[in-house]
Write a protein that binds this ligand. Structure first.
Ligand code: HEC
Ligand code: HEC
Ligand code: HEC
Ligand code: HEC
Ligand code: HEC
Length: 372
């Protein structure tokens, strides 16, 4: 007994001091960030790092558990905590399970397959990290060049998704694939992981000749700057008798997919208002760009967990395709001879389940004209 216990503690000790071998445990982002400091700082600000800690997601995860049981919860964790799922840590007891889409997950992707069902990434945790460079040499770990990391394939396993009903809930990759950007060779990384100045590793670890890194913050719709890159707008207004005719021409000029893309609850909202100068009634009108999704009975889905698990058909799709231009016309009864101010406001709406106003929507653009 004593010998067995002793051997057991020796084994424990071996595992404790050599946690890193074969299909080993994934490392935390803090471990990687000790050397890759500037990359860590970018990632820490990303939606990927917040994919688990997000209040919006945690609320939705709880509802998925209540409405669809453990299987529903697990379906969500597959993308929001891919490491937790691989470790079968469904009670979420380990820190790394809370890191969302963490360093070691992406840099342990070995292969991505598109055939048969949803796209799948083969992930192998080991001493070797896969990345975009053929020359990188690290004293801390092996490195292997991975073509996947230089292309949209690095993103497809989570940004393209059909649920168990066969309904395509997320189609960002497919939208990109059919867009002019794919033909031009512009990958997801071109717009979301563009290069910025920075050190790949802390110079105290290794002095690198390279002074640029890929921006790991991967800004998307939470970035007002990205939203402004996505939409180009022209506003014009003219008098026609006792009507003020307004035209808003909007183009999806900078997104490599539809705007909005991703979750069906996202919306782009255009609000136009005409204010007569010196008081009087203000007129308002809205246009909403979204993909309205319903369950099998035709009831529109209004929560993320229903969209992901019960989405079954598209009722209406008014989103802007890549490089598409649309002209919206408005007509307001503002009498001749009155000066008026015309304003077009653009909002990006995230989710009806958001608990604060800032989490629910953001105004990212406003333009106006005075009309005689
Ligand atoms: C195939 C991967 C995948 C699965 C499975 C998945 N999600 Fe997501 N989820 C995403 C992606 C990607 C986004 C990011 C935004 C987008 O594309 O709209 C997202 C965004 C969200 C958001 C919005 C978060 C925010 O900060 O705005 C919520 C809430 C959410 N998911 C809840 C869920 C729930 C609940 C489930 C399970 C029923 C689930 N997700 C399953 C990939 C997934
Ligand atoms: C002790 C320091 C150290 C730690 C810890 C560390 N790395 Fe590295 N890593 C390096 C060095 C040095 C390089 C080589 C950089 C070069 O040659 O420009 C490197 C290179 C890489 C590359 C290759 C880059 C390329 O261009 O292909 C990847 C990917 C990478 N590390 C990921 C990680 C991940 C993920 C972790 C955590 C699991 C991690 N590293 C932990 C020091 C470290
Ligand atoms: C393991 C799954 C996974 C992989 C791989 C992945 N993502 Fe994501 N991504 C997510 C999830 C989940 C979210 C939503 C997080 C949230 O808001 O809760 C997200 C959010 C985003 C966002 C939205 C940010 C915002 O402001 O709304 C962008 C942009 C993004 N990912 C780009 C990428 C790109 C580019 C790649 C490939 C280099 C990639 N992702 C790979 C799961 C993944
Ligand atoms: C969503 C997936 C994803 C996550 C999460 C992620 N990376 Fe990366 N990383 C990539 C991709 C893709 C590239 C290559 C981009 C390219 O070449 O266009 C890359 C590039 C790198 C490189 C090479 C240098 C450079 O900037 O190109 C290093 C080193 C690296 N990542 C380390 C990390 C570390 C450390 C973390 C966590 C703090 C991390 N990565 C998180 C996908 C990811
Ligand atoms: C030509 C530049 C460009 C390319 C290529 C591109 N994107 Fe985007 N992406 C944007 C812009 C700009 C936005 C902000 C507008 C928006 O949210 O619709 C955005 C937004 C997003 C969002 C946020 C959606 C949400 O629900 O919050 C995700 C996720 C995303 N992109 C993923 C991807 C993925 C995955 C790819 C590759 C398959 C990709 N993008 C290719 C420019 C691009």
């Amino acid at each position: 007994m004593r010998a067995a216990a002793c051997l057991f503690s020796v084994l424990l000790l071996i595992f404790a001091v050599t946690p890193a071998h074969a299909q080993q445990s994934p490392s935390t982002a803090e471990y990687c960030g000790d050397c890759h400091r500037e990359i860590f700082d970018g990632w820490k600000q990303s939606a990927h790092a917040a994919a688990m800690e997000s209040r919006l997601f945690q609320d939705a995860l709880k509802m998925a558990g209540e409405d669809f049981g453990e299987a529903g919860r697990k379906a969500c964790l597959a993308c929001h905590s891919p490491v937790g799922v691989m470790l079968e840590d469904f009670s979420l007891l380990r820190k790394v399970s809370w890191e969302g889409i963490t360093c070691d997950y992406c840099h342990s992707i070995r292969e991505v397959t598109l055939s048969g069902g949803n796209p799948k990434a083969r992930v192998e945790f080991s001493e070797v990290k896969s990345g975009p460079s053929k020359e990188a040499v690290s004293p801390a770990h092996g490195t292997v060049f991975s073509k996947v990391h230089t292309s949209s394939l690095a993103c497809v396993s989570c940004h393209e998704y059909r649920n168990a009903l066969g309904f395509p809930v997320l189609t960002t990759y497919a939208e990109w694939k059919e867009s002019p950007y794919a033909k031009e060779g512009k990958q997801c990384q071109s717009c979301h992981m563009y290069t910025v100045r920075g050190a790949v590793v802390d110079p105290r670890v290794k002095r690198s000749s390279q002074d640029e890194i890929n921006f790991h913050q991967m800004p998307g719709s939470r970035s007002v700057e990205q939203l402004n890159k996505a939409i180009h707008v022209a506003l014009s207004a003219e008098r026609k008798g006792d009507k003020l005719e307004v035209t808003v021409k909007l183009t999806n000029s900078g997104a490599g997919h539809y705007v909005p893309t991703g979750s069906p609850l996202r919306q782009l909202i255009l609000e136009v208002r005409a204010e007569p100068y010196g008081g009087g009634q203000t007129f308002r009108e809205q246009r909403v760009y979204m993909r309205r999704v319903a369950d099998q009975k035709g009831a529109p889905v209004e929560r993320e967990h229903f969209a992901f698990l019960r989405g079954a058909k598209v009722l209406e799709d008014t989103r802007l395709a890549p490089r598409e231009t649309r002209s919206e016309k408005f007509s307001f009864p503002i009498l001749k001879g009155r000066q008026a101010r015309v304003v077009a406001d653009f909002y990006y709406y995230y989710s009806p389940m958001a608990s604060t106003a800032a989490q629910q929507k953001v105004k990212f653009l406003a333009i106006s004209r005075m009309v005689q």
